[in-house]
Design a binder for this molecule. Sequence first.
Ligand SMILES: [Zn+2]
Length: 295
Amino acid sequence: MVLNPLLLAMSLAASAQSGAIAESASMSPGAQPNAPVAPPSSPAAEPPTVVRELAVKPPPPVPFQDELRTLQSQLKVIEAKGPSRSTGRAFRQGRLRNPAQLPAQGLGFRSIRPERRAYYGTDTMIAGLIDATAKLKQGDHDMPPLAVGDISGPKGGRIAVHRSHRSGRDADLVFFWMDEDGKPVETTEFVRFDRRGRARHDGKLLLFDVRRNWNLVRGLLTSPYFGERVKWIFVYHPLRKLLLDYAERTEGDMYLVEYAWRVLQQPGDRAGRHDNHFHLRIDCAPEEIVDGCKD
Ligand SMILES: [Zn+2]
């Protein structure tokens, strides 16, 4: 417990004062019989109630202090290296210069498959992911880290498996899972969910965590870094419906729900149906368009 020095001083002063009264009462021979006599317990008297209560109550702990310091330094690294450049299209001729790098982990995320070295993105993409997931974690302490898959290679361009992911503005975000009892399960890899939001993994039933997945969508759509430039969040159509039904029941902000209606989409066959992760695409910022970024 951290003692507040001011309260400690007040408490000591109160004890000293009552002790002084007791002393003068017992040592003064000419004391009036009716003079106030300190109660026998006064040298050990407890400080006034209000002081005692304040003194024993520790200040409320600030959660994630260390993690928030790390977050600040992660964001500073991005700022310090100078601005990134995203040129061309995400799925054609896309390139990336001076990219930001997603750290291996942060307050609300973890990079999976780091051996693929596809954790580079525009400053906006990386800072936006770090910030949005940290805010989710601060509002939901039981949240497992968001598992982040491929973003882009260090110079952009084509990377294995993907058609897009070429200009630092695409990121694969694995769904939040829970077990049959509704307890969160940390995501370790890509697992496909069926139409009802269920999956089998390691012999166990997994459920699509609608609330946390919606919170993630909301966090991305309202991110100050992304500034309403979320172009797509690709996801399997039945899972999209689970998310939007949940949002309509729980959200007061219908603008947000309509925004989600627009960007949550299952892409055509070529891009895959996205039943095991979200694919986030951010539009070019105006200053990036000047530099050759194309939506
Ligand atoms: Zn993707």
